[in-house]
Design a protein around this ligand. Structure first.
Ligand code: ADE
Length: 236
């Protein structure tokens, strides 16, 4: 998969895009991730990308031209752009379902905003999706883009070391994960549940299912209700 990211702060991505899962996916050629500096498409020698808001008010607004020029240079035309995600607090909240959709695309473009806002014409004419990572305001779209890229990348074929570990995990089935334990069997007075050391695979599977349901009900009643109403019915 190829992902282009357009941002004013390309240094922000050093580290997040090089370490761990993303770094490995890139060196293994599973992810072609390119970060572009919006200022490369500024039109004056001061590399200006923002201007005062029409109608007045505090703060600056990111100009439309650098975004449109970036898209045209990267893809040839606005029409030829891939699915284009603008990271913004006004977008729809990122969910695993949307992550799965995005991971199925051959290519993505992520646009990161900063300051008070981005000219509305970028929202209207360039973004195919406006996405928020939660109901809180970040300084800009960069951290949100990191979240989206990591969530998408771990679903790409070949990226996860253990192919099954992505399947029965949190959210995929609408439930949180069951509790995990490793050695020691007893630690600071807390014992590993006996069923996990019983060797009874069917009993382990039943316990995990039951724990996933109970954990979800306790920690995320909203998810639990949604699960109970859909695929949970009859199964749990
Ligand atoms: N930019 C600022 N806040 C954001 C958020 N919550 N999600 C995505 N982009 C943002």
């Amino acid at each position: 998969m190829r992902i282009d990211v357009v941002s004013l702060f390309v240094d922000f991505f050093r580290g997040p895009f090089d370490a761990s899962l993303l770094g490995r996916a890139r060196t293994e050629g599973l992810l072609d991730l390119r970060v572009h500096d919006l200022r490369d498409w500024a039109r004056d020698r001061h590399r200006t990308v923002d201007d005062q808001p029409y109608g007045g008010g505090a703060g600056m607004v990111l100009k439309p031209e650098p975004f449109f020029d970036a898209v045209e240079q990267l893809y040839g035309s606005v029409e030829a752009r891939p699915r284009t995600v603008l990271l913004t607090p006004r977008g729809r909240t990122l969910t695993q379902q949307l992550v799965e959709q995005l991971a199925a695309e051959p290519q993505l473009l992520l646009l990161c905003g900063r300051y008070e806002g981005i000219d509305e014409r970028v929202h209207r004419a360039l973004a195919t999706d406006e996405v928020s990572v939660g109901d809180y305001v970040l300084a800009g779209g960069e951290a949100a883009a990191c979240i989206l890229v990591e969530a998408v990348t771990r679903l790409l074929p070949g990226v996860m070391g253990n192919a099954t570990s992505g399947v029965d995990e949190s959210f995929a089935a609408g439930l949180l994960e069951y509790p995990h334990y490793t050695r020691p069997a007893s630690y600071r007075g807390m014992d590993v549940p006996a069923v996990l050391t019983s060797g009874d695979h069917a009993a382990v599977a039943a316990w995990r299912r039951e724990q996933a349901v109970a954990t979800t009900r306790q920690l995320r009643p909203d998810l639990f209700e949604a699960w109970r109403r859909s695929d949970g019915e009859g199964a749990g």
